[in-house]
Design a protein around this ligand. Structure first.
Ligand SMILES: [Zn+2]
Length: 155
């Protein structure tokens, strides 16, 4: 009986192929879903929030079947969930596990905070230098204004 339960649990939580995004701050889970457009993705997705984590107290987790994230998407994850770990699963086995890293520069994924910036008025890709990785402050290459963590919106 107990074995049956365990197996059921595994079936729900394991994915055959795909990516697990672990150690997401609990309050960022839905933001990660949004920036990755997972609400429009039609494969299996498991979400968990407020799970107990030895390291962080509470954490969130997202498991996405048949989806492997590209560098741009991983940078987005790092910007909203800097503690996240990405686990790539193939054939029920972990083939890669890595912590996300806030990049030194951010291109095209974030909108400049300054409404007068050329990137908000002409078809020009945004480009930022990350000047503070802890507080998350991005300096625009064009207008030199700082887009801070609370003002970040994704393109
Ligand atoms: Zn700008």
């Amino acid at each position: 009986m107990e074995k049956e339960e365990t197996r059921k649990e595994l079936k729900v939580s394991a994915i055959e192929n795909g990516t697990v995004i672990d150690h997401i701050p609990s309050n960022s889970v839905f933001q990660v879903v949004k920036i990755l457009n997972l609400d429009e993705f039609d494969n299996q997705i498991f979400l968990g929030t407020n799970l107990d984590s030895y390291k962080y107290g509470k954490k969130g987790i997202i498991k996405v079947s048949n989806r492997f994230f590209k560098a741009d998407e991983i940078n987005k994850i790092a910007l909203v969930a800097p503690t996240a770990t990405l686990i790539v699963i193939k054939n029920f086995s972990v083939v890669e596990k890595k912590k996300v890293e806030i990049p030194d520069g951010v291109e095209k994924i974030v909108k400049c905070f300054n409404p007068n910036c050329i990137t908000n008025n002409e078809p020009i890709r945004t480009r930022f230098t990350v000047i503070d990785k802890d507080e998350l402050r991005l300096k625009c290459h064009y207008c030199e204004k700082i887009t801070a963590k609370d003002n970040i919106s994704f393109l």
